[in-house]
Design a protein. Structure first.
Length: 110
């Protein structure tokens, strides 16, 4: 695999790309949706909601956590996951910026 050359891009570009990459799998989007609606969550609950094996769900949780989209805290023998609102705010800011720029630009691209 070739080098990604992330050093050629700004920290902002790399941060948004990391978040977007983490959301680049439908299972991870489903996990985020589940966490949005769950009051409390442990890994076992997520496994019951998805048509995936426990190790696969754990890998997706790890990717989301490494990207900073979710946080996890140990509670007894389980890990309680929740959405990191700061990461969502970064993405929102980025997409609002795109939307506002496009509105000003009145893009005529068809």
């Amino acid at each position: 695999m070739g080098a990604t050359k992330t050093e050629h891009f700004t920290n902002k570009h790399n941060a948004i790309a990391t978040l977007a990459k983490a959301l680049g799998h439908p299972a991870r989007v489903a996990i985020i949706d589940y966490l949005l609606h769950a009051e409390n969550c442990i890994c076992g609950d997520i496994v019951n909601e998805l048509p995936l094996a426990q190790p696969t769900v754990s890998q997706h949780l790890k990717e989301l956590k490494n990207a900073g989209l979710i946080k996890g805290s140990i509670e007894g023998n389980s890990i309680c996951y929740c959405i990191d609102e700061k990461a969502i705010a970064k993405m929102k800011t980025y997409f609002v910026h795109i939307s506002m720029t496009l509105a000003k630009k009145k893009n005529n691209c068809y």
